[in-house]
Design a protein around this ligand. Sequence first.
Ligand code: PLP
Length: 337
Amino acid sequence: MREHAPGCRVLAVVKANAYGHGIVTAARSLAADAFAVARLDEALALREAGIDARIVLLEGVQDAGELEVAAAQGLEPFVCDDRQLALLERWRGARTFRVWLKIDSGMGRLGFRPAEVRRAAARLAGCAGVAQPPLLATHLAESEARGNAHTRAQLACFAEATTGLPGERSIANSAGLIAWPEARADWVRPGIMLYGISPFPDSTGAALGLRPVMRFETRVIAVKDLAAGDRVGYGGAWAATGPARIAIAAAGYGDGYPRAAVNGTPVLVKGRPGALAGRVSMDMIAIDVSGRDDVAAGDPVQLWGPELPIERVAAAAGTIAYELACRVSRRVPHQLA
Ligand SMILES: Cc1ncc(COP(=O)(O)O)c(C=O)c1O
């Protein structure tokens, strides 16, 4: 990550349980300059684990009670709208907040519109409880599309809205910092790439020099030989066209394996490629291992991981790797390699 954005400070995004990797484990493993989470509870999980690094709240605080907690825990809220600004104006506590002024340069989600930025900055400058100057941040909506006109417009919009304002800048997520060097600014905000996953739909982490850290594995619990016409799973969405062998593996959508994965989605059985056969059940999948006589109950199955890019599985399920990583469910035993 540091090689991709030399000289920048790194605000490591560990929200959503570090994209499913374990927020505390991730924070302890990453040499970041600060951590970013979406919500207060996530910041508290880090503090409870004894992590005393800087922590930024990307959605800011939602009420005065949250502001109190943020103060007590030394958190740095994004300030996205007048409601959050007013909370800071009313703050009478002893603690001073470092805050990040969020600007909506074209994401259309949170943040002050460009025309409102100077007024918001002036109000923040008048807040006794705010360390000066605030940091300035925006978020890109299409940074994974290289050379994209909307991203160019967002960069211009942010530059114009913040011209002359003091304060460190932060613009780029993973795709932004790789594909848009001009967006690196003072602080980069990578999430997905920290976990070795590509932010681009058409590449893998490995192709970008990243190393995937999640290994989603299970094992074979049955092997069956089928004859032509035998159906497999709900709806009979797969049927043998001739003699076939199917391995049943103990993982399903109840574990976070995507139900939308189609016939043929790659699965590694004992290190060799097999193909998903039929619908994903809650607890099981079937894998076509026809022609192999080396497969037996107990054999290891990799659903994704260093040897089977999560990006390939995501593509076969019509989604993005972010979603798959995030939604590995709690019943899956998580262990550190
Ligand atoms: C405001 C903000 N910054 C940075 C990120 C990190 O993005 P990525 O995981 O694509 O690097 C996110 C993730 O959604 C985000 O919401």
